[in-house]
Ligand binder design. Structure first.
Ligand SMILES: Cc1cc2nc3c(=O)[nH]c(=O)nc-3n(C[C@H](O)[C@H](O)[C@H](O)COP(=O)(O)OP(=O)(O)OC[C@H]3O[C@@H](n4cnc5c(N)ncnc54)[C@H](O)[C@@H]3O)c2cc1C
Length: 290
């Protein structure tokens, strides 16, 4: 008898497929080619986090290097995005820096961008330290900062003084009220004020959101401050808006995750929108019928 968990997982996968390129690197590259054809750049992410086995970490680093070389071979503009705990942060900061150094060495050959994803607040300090250590050796290294954290304004100002490349996001992790803004209104307000700082003091940054209000505000700032920046959105979300922005001559990158470890990523996407939960409900009912 098929267990309820299995049926649930199947229904969730049926729904989550829209956000993920597929299981393999070939799936990711196929998706990247389609994105690039639509005049967007690509940011490829191999799903996975919290790795503690050195063997798994080495394999992951190797796979990111293969992605970078494949992008170069296919002449696709863009790069990769990597979670620090995926490449050793839970083992030690030193291990994580070693992994990123190897990735950067390959990125130098392909001249690709390497983004460091920001994970939950338990890892913020160490992730910043990793970034500070590596940024001086590779200019095309960027870091995600989260508007839901109260500390981010200070982090952003400090990073911009050192010429850092930033991707601004709202933040996908549940955090405590002491350190984070809890309501959408507060997070949005902070996102807007951080966007303004980016336009005033930064360059080559990413505004990573699907929120039309945040995007409209960035467009307004861009009229006042001539900066190199791009909009970044996740695969499978607001596809029409991406094309509309491209049409208006804005740079857009699509973040393309792939791999078999799809569950945590999909649950974060699911929680971001109440409608997704309702849609999953109907998808679950349908899969249960079959
Ligand atoms: C390129 C990229 C990289 C990211 N990297 C990180 C990272 O390193 N660390 C991190 O913590 N978070 C990261 N995130 C996730 C981010 O923090 C948010 O959780 C996520 O983007 C949802 O927030 P939002 O800005 O789209 O706004 P929300 O307030 O969640 O949504 C605003 C509006 O956008 C639309 N929308 C949002 N989600 C969906 C959806 N699933 N389907 C359809 N419409 C939708 C709806 O119209 C919604 O009302 C990243 C996001 C992007 C786009």
């Amino acid at each position: 008898m098929v267990s309820v968990t299995r049926i649930m997982e199947k229904a969730l996968f049926g729904f989550a497929k829209q956000w993920i390129a597929g299981d393999t690197l070939d799936d990711a590259l196929r998706s990247a080619r389609q994105t690039y054809k639509k005049k967007m750049n690509v940011i490829i992410n191999k799903l996975g986090e919290y790795n503690t086995s050195k063997k798994v970490i080495a394999k992951t680093v190797n796979e990111y290097q293969t992605i970078l070389l494949s992008l170069k071979k296919s002449k696709i503009e863009g790069g990769i995005s990597v979670k620090p705990t995926q490449v050793g942060l839970l083992v030690s900061k030193k291990e994580c820096i070693k992994s990123f150094s190897a990735i950067i060495k390959t990125a130098t050959q392909s001249n690709s961008f390497v983004w460091i994803d920001m994970e939950s607040s338990d890892h913020t300090d160490e992730t910043l330290e990793v970034y500070h250590k590596l940024f001086s050796s590779y200019e095309r290294l960027g870091l995600a900062l989260q508007a839901n954290l109260k500390r981010t304004k200070n982090d952003l100002v400090d990073l911009l003084e050192r010429g850092a490349k930033i991707r601004l996001v709202k933040g996908a992790y549940r955090e405590g009220a002491k350190i984070s803004y809890k309501s959408k209104v507060q997070v949005d307000e902070n996102f807007l004020s951080l966007t303004k700082i980016l336009f005033k003091k930064g360059n080559e940054f990413g505004i990573a959101t699907h929120d039309g209000n945040m995007i409209d505000a960035a467009i307004e700032f861009s009229k006042k401050y001539a900066r190199q920046f791009e909009f970044q959105m996740l695969k499978g979300i607001r596809d029409e808006l991406k094309l509309e922005l491209v049409k208006q001559k804005f740079s857009v990158s699509e973040y393309i995750p792939y791999g078999t470890n799809w569950l945590p990523y999909s649950i974060r996407r699911l929680k971001e929108r109440r409608r997704n939960i309702l849609l999953l409900g109907s998808s679950f009912i349908q899969s249960h019928r079959v």
